[in-house]
Design a protein around this ligand. Sequence first.
Ligand SMILES: [Zn+2]
Length: 373
Amino acid sequence: MSVQELAEISRFYGANPDYVIAGGGNTSFKDKDNLYIKASGTSLARAEPGDFVKMDRAALAKIWKKTYPSDPDARESAVLADMKAARVPGEEKKRPSVETLLHDILPFSFVVHTHPSLVNGLTCSQNGEEAAKELFKDDFIWIPSINPGYVLSKAVKDAMDKYRAEKGKAPGIIFLQNHGVFAGSDSVDGVKAVYKRIMETIGGRIKRQPRNCRPGPRFHFNHTLMKELISLAEKLNGSGPWFVRFLRNPEIKKFTASRGSFAPLSSAFTPDHIVYAGSDPFFADSPAGLEEALKAYMQKTGVFPKTIALKGIGVFGLASSDKAAKNAVELFNDAAKVAIYSESFGGPRFMPEDQIRFINNWEVERYRSSISR
Ligand SMILES: [Zn+2]
């Protein structure tokens, strides 16, 4: 039973933090008539066959024939409505992943989309595309940084059509700049082979590995500072409860040594980093004067920061649930790894400012981040 196999391969990658952090990524299986895609808000690590939304592929195909409003918000909500309408009767309670259209156009039975730190070291780097050409020859498609949702799916569709017209086959790898990777095959073993090749090939080019850059066991609790941060959050951002997580490891120590060394982490690499850790990581030279610095930050960005980096101390994740605080530091730690891996490909490259703004305002991402809260 192939949806069973889909659940198995979803758990295989979902449970491995080298591939999936904080529930990012999604998977699908398709036959001629139906696409089974991970429902928004479900976890790959615990995927069961019932967690996938069964979609009518004929209804999804009609979306490409329609003309949508040019205003991004109006367009994305219209497309989302059409995607919801493409659910097979009985599936109305599940929300199809925002990447559903993209899964549907890839001509493979199984598609696994993830955001691995190692791969994003390539996709979030200055020379990523050239390096990919060298490493993967012409067996991949590279999609430049672009707003997610309909426009991303359309960009992949156009690139895929062009590739197939030129080469008479479909590439098993799609790199999305400042986002992640899609790998497809007609069998789960095929998908695993593609991923193995991706990870080994990129891994073989890494000049400097992140050192002990692990989140979980490296969380420590520094009570005085945490209490101070919580009272500041209450004062500046309203009622709690507030939860704090602390992150410090040898790499984070280096990045937080000074404002200058923090520069490679001072913006956002991918949509996941924005959703879980925020688009403007906050850095302060010392706990003294923190209140004024936070006020200035809030005036500039309009929000209280999800992460607070303190010089020489480490990074705190603050949120209204422990899960969200944990996700904030995990994604921050992931950004540190991405920045380090990117050094092997010319250095880090953040998402363009206008795309960061799009994600911050996008209803779909607000939905994802509300689930994480
Ligand atoms: Zn994604």
